[in-house]
Design a protein around this ligand. Structure first.
Ligand SMILES: Cc1cc2nc3c(=O)[nH]c(=O)nc-3n(C[C@H](O)[C@H](O)[C@H](O)COP(=O)(O)OP(=O)(O)OC[C@H]3O[C@@H](n4cnc5c(N)ncnc54)[C@H](O)[C@@H]3O)c2cc1C
Length: 537
């Protein structure tokens, strides 16, 4: 029996403020002052959350939530219980995993956050799944990706989308999620154990960084191997075998047939061949809306000035932003997405003759550039056709058009933001995208209604962030892999509604978006698999 994740009994205080000039060592004293204690009465303190209040540019402050212990907890609570912002923390019950006996073989497809956390969780129950991953191990993959960035030589099985750690490995590693899930703390504490920076547990905007993620992913593999999980690289799920609506086996690399009772299918949103195979095998799939657009790059100091009123400060992280625009008349929206302060725009293709952009940053976030996706929603009527794969075809056409506009050698088409808006030529085209950019008219990439929404959206962003529209901003296309263009529906038991034993999972199944929510979905599916194994269903 394994116990994990316990929390100490203490008090919780929200909205504790420090100015930019004040050091965190002042926090115990601030608590003592607030409750008229002696500083020695505050016996321990832990930062639970740290955020920035930059609403008044002249008075930017750090806002903390802290947990702390005092010398006389009973007396303290008698005097101050009921004070605003103060709570008594109950000790969290430890999570207990009761071992489960496996009756059959469990296979997980994909080593992204969803597949990895499904494997970690199953191993906590004492189960030993086989994890198959089409791409290569992280170190080899890093070499394949940098070769592509330098020479434009793409490996379709080992790239930003495919390989150990999934799309998550080269991500920015922002762990924010809108999903409130009791397992979020479990994911964060596991990531810290595997080498992520400790502050992700309390930062209001947790960020691991692409450099650190590579270590985390390799440590997860070592952990899984130590638990008896088998991990196979260069192993692509190429077919399924079913009998009477139940999964019986999987085929790997078109040749090896492995009997299989439960398949956790977490292939990410770029496994287009896998989607096609599932469709051919009659697994129910349904098209869903998504979003496309481009990356915008600004000098980071310009974004800092807009958000903080100053170009930089040693106690402030490079500033970020999140912008949205809704057009009431058309019902379309435009929004910024996956903003990467101090980062770079990265070539993220996984299919030959297609250009795909995305953004990432290292832990230090120390480049001179800020980038973010700016995307507009794509609705089902934008890609007519009955096939559930119609959205995939729409994305592919955009990526091929971007490849042609970029010159046919994986350079990305780019345009100054001012010029895209039709307000003149704008400034010099500057981008961190490697293997380089070529000037083009980005309006040629998208259907007209999307161009209109993107233009209106950008115009409205200027109202929220004065200076956003500037000759210093460059657009780089095309951002097409924002989320899955289809869903693999599942029932309450989390199995495919058409094939029992098949558990669509993570972003590829259309059940998550982003690292955190994919990891949480992996856990959800693993818990369902373990419960069904235990109950023999
Ligand atoms: C550059 C970049 C930056 C990003 N930044 C962030 C960020 O800061 N924060 C955030 O929350 N999200 C970010 N994302 C998105 C995030 O990475 C994904 O949402 C997340 O990785 C999805 O997890 P997943 O496990 O569902 O799928 P994936 O991570 O896509 O993993 C799927 C895995 O399955 C494998 N696979 C596919 N088909 C098969 C098959 N047939 N057989 C065997 N294996 C297969 C793939 O090789 C891949 O390794 C970023 C993505 C990219 C590309």
């Amino acid at each position: 029996m394994l116990l994990v994740y316990s929390e100490k009994r203490s008090f919780l205080l929200r909205n504790l403020l420090l100015s930019l000039d004040e050091d965190e060592t002042l926090l115990p004293r601030r608590i003592a002052e607030r409750f008229s204690l002696s500083p020695a009465d505050v016996t321990s303190l832990r930062i639970v959350r740290k955020g920035i209040d930059a609403r008044k540019k002249s008075q930017i402050r750090h806002v903390y939530t802290v947990s702390f212990d005092v010398a006389d907890p009973e007396g303290f609570w008698r005097r101050f219980g009921g004070e605003r912002d103060l709570e008594l923390l109950q000790a969290a019950l430890p999570t207990i995993f009761t071992p489960v006996e496996s009756r059959g073989r469990i296979i997980i497809v994909g080593s992204g956050p969803a597949g990895l956390f499904a494997a970690i969780r199953l191993s906590e129950y004492g189960l030993r799944p086989i994890l198959i991953e089409r791409g290569r191990m992280v170190d080899d993959r890093v070499r394949d990706v940098s070769r592509f960035w330098q020479s434009g030589e793409l490996d379709e099985e080992s790239n930003i989308q495919f390989g150990e750690g999934g799309a998550g490995t080269f991500s920015d590693g922002k762990l924010t999620t809108r999903v409130r899930d009791p397992n979020a703390g479990y994911v964060l504490s596991r990531l810290v154990e595997f080498g992520a920076p400790e502050e992700i547990a309390w930062s209001s905007k947790p960020h691991v960084g692409s450099d650190r993620l590579r270590e985390v992913v390799a440590n997860i593999r070592r952990f899984l191997l130590s638990r008896g999980v088998e991990v196979r690289f260069g192993a692509r799920l190429s077919d399924l075998r079913t009998a009477s609506g139940r999964l019986t086996a999987v085929v790997v690399n078109d040749s090896d047939e492995l009997p299989c009772d439960r398949l956790v299918l977490a292939p990410g949103h770029s496994a287009r061949d896998t989607y096609a195979m599932l469709h051919e095998r009659g697994v129910p799939l349904e098209a869903k809306p998504f979003a496309v657009g481009f990356r915008v790059e600004h000098p980071q100091e310009l974004i800092n000035r807009i958000q903080y009123g100053i170009p930089s400060h040693p106690r402030l992280p490079p500033a970020d932003y999140a912008l949205t625009y809704n057009d009431g008349a058309s019902g379309r929206s435009a929004y910024s997405f996956c903003m990467c302060p101090g980062g770079v725009v990265v070539a993220s293709s996984s299919e030959s003759c297609g250009v795909v952009t995305n953004g990432m940053s290292n832990l230090a976030r120390n480049t001179l550039w800020a980038n973010s996706a700016l995307v507009a929603t794509v609705r089902l009527e934008d890609f007519p056709g009955d096939s559930p794969l119609a959205g995939v075809h729409f994305q592919r056409r955009l990526e091929q058009r971007a490849f042609t506009l970029g010159g046919g050698d994986y350079r990305a088409p780019a345009q100054s933001l001012i010029s895209f808006l039709g307000r003149g030529r704008g400034g010099e085209i500057r981008s961190t995208y490697s293997p380089g950019v070529r000037e083009a008219d980005l309006a040629e990439l998208f259907p007209a209604p999307l161009v209109t929404t993107l233009r209106e959206g950008i115009a409205s962003f200027e109202g929220k962030m004065r200076g956003f529209i500037t000759a210093e901003a460059t657009l780089v296309g095309v951002e097409s892999r924002t989320s899955s263009p289809l869903r693999i529906p599942r029932g309450e038991d989390l199995q495919s509604v058409g094939v029992s034993g098949l558990y669509p999972c993570g972003e590829g199944g259309g059940h998550a978006g982003g690292i955190m929510s994919a990891a949480l979905d992996g856990i959800r599916v693993a818990d369902a698999v373990a419960a069904q194994e235990r109950n023999g269903v």
